[in-house]
Each structure stands twice: as structure tokens, then as C-alpha cells.
Design a binder for this molecule. Structure first.
Ligand code: GAR
Length: 222
């Protein structure tokens, strides 16, 4: 049996993306194991989900550190101690510094609930609705020094409907997040992600056709 990729997951909130990764590791569709879950928030549901799955957890409260860098160093130390090979930010609501990125160069990925480069930052479901976009979605990307600017690994698209609220759109997007995040990690585990300039190329490529979408649909319903 090949050695499993050791993931360190960082989460601040409810942890449904973490749960999707836990579930895909458990059912064998993701050739990885979560070595540790770290949260900056003692009340994060993600910590409870990890504990329930028998995964090691650490709470590192950022309020106990006087700089972003010293907090990041503490997180890096724990990730290293756990033998982590890939860091997956899963609803981690802290900006990370070069201290972190230098320690795990090319090995930090994030999921964002919009189709980057549109709507980086926070409250992006609301911003997409207010803008009047007809599609939004989610993006898994490598993390670089910018805010939600790193090379894009995978995206999924969802329609924005006329009666959408921030909550209904967030739920539709979240469903897709749970599909694409484990997929991105599996491609990383297989060593198939090659970053060329800022494009992420799948090598060897996936031989699957892609369809175009329109919203509202161009062909009226029969
Ligand atoms: C997800 O929608 C994730 O994309 C977003 O937070 C949510 C976490 O949900 N992340 C960001 O906005 C990062 N800037 P979860 O805790 O249920 O996985």
C-alpha cells in the first residue's frame, strides 16, 4: 500500500469542509490522512468533528500572540511536529504570513466560496448577489502572499437565482465545496498538480469533456 499524504487542516468555524475531507479519507476515495486539526477558535465545531473522528486536535488561540508572525510560528511548529505534508485551510479565517508560507512552500491550499478572481475577501456570497452576477461558485487554490490570489486548482460553478439570499447561495456553494476540496487534495496526493507560471496544469491530464453553462438558459424549456 502506498504511503498516505499527511494533511494538516486549519479551521475556524463549523468545519463542514473538514468533515467532507474526513469522510472521503474514511471511504478511501481520498488517499490521505488528517494528521492534525488546528483551530484558532476554541469554540470551532471543526474541533468537535475532528475529535469525533479520532483525529488529533490543537487549539492555538491567536489572542495569546502579539503578532501574526508569532502565531503562525506556533502553528508551523505543531504542523511540523505532526509530520504534515500538505496544509489545507478549511474555513480558516486568518491571513497567513510569509513565516507560514516559507515553511510550507507550495504546500498550502485554501477553499474560497466564490469564483476567483471575482469576489476575494469576506462576505462574498452577499457581494456576488448584490453585484448581480448570474453565476458564482467555489475555488480551491494554492495560497500565496496575496488575499485569495494564488494559482487556481479547481472551481465549481453554481447559478445565482433571482430569489437567492446570502444563506441560500452559501448553502448551494457549500455543497460544491464539499465535492471539489477532496478532489483537489487527491490530485495533489497523486502528484498531478504542476504550477506553470500561475496556471495549475493536471499532469497527466483528465480526459473528461466540459460543458458550457448559461443562466438564464439560452434554450427555452420544451
Ligand atoms: C466555507 O464556505 C469556506 O469556503 C469559507 O468559509 C466557510 C467555512 O465553512 N472560507 C472562507 O471564506 C475563507 N476566506 P465550514 O467551516 O463549514 O467548512
Amino acid at each position: 500500500m502506498s504511503k498516505k499524504l499527511r494533511i494538516g487542516a486549519l479551521a475556524s468555524g463549523g468545519g463542514t469542509n473538514l468533515q467532507a475531507i474526513i469522510d472521503r479519507c474514511a471511504d478511501g476515495s481520498l488517499d490521505a490522512e488528517i494528521a492534525i486539526v488546528i483551530s484558532n477558535n476554541p469554540d470551532a465545531g471543526a474541533l468537535k468533528r475532528a475529535e469525533k473522528a479520532g483525529i488529533a486536535v490543537r487549539c492555538i488561540d491567536h489572542r495569546g500572540y502579539n503578532s501574526r508572525e508569532s502565531f503562525d510560528q506556533a502553528v508551523v511548529d505543531v504542523l511540523r511536529e505532526a509530520g504534515v505534508e500538505l496544509v489545507a485551510l478549511a474555513g480558516f479565517m486568518r491571513l497567513i504570513t510569509p513565516v507560514f508560507l516559507d515553511a510550507f512552500e507550495g504546500r498550502v491550499i485554501n477553499i474560497h466560496p466564490a469564483l476567483l478572481p471575482a469576489f476575494p475577501g469576506l462576505h462574498v456570497q452577499r457581494k456576488a448577489i448584490e453585484y448581480g452576477a448570474k453565476f458564482s461558485g467555489c475555488t480551491v487554490h494554492f495560497v500565496d502572499n496575496g488575499v485569495d490570489t494564488g494559482p487556481i486548482i479547481i472551481q465549481a460553478v453554481v447559478p445565482i437565482l433571482d430569489d437567492d439570499t446570502e444563506e441560500s447561495l452559501a448553502a448551494r456553494i457549500l455543497e460544491q465545496e464539499h465535492r471539489i476540496y477532496p478532489r483537489a487534495i487527491q490530485l495533489f496526493a497523486e502528484g498531478r498538480l504542476k504550477v506553470v507560471d500561475r496556471r495549475v496544469i493536471i499532469d497527466p491530464p483528465l480526459e473528461q469533456p466540459m460543458a458550457a453553462l448559461a443562466n438564464p438558459p439560452v434554450e427555452p424549456a420544451a
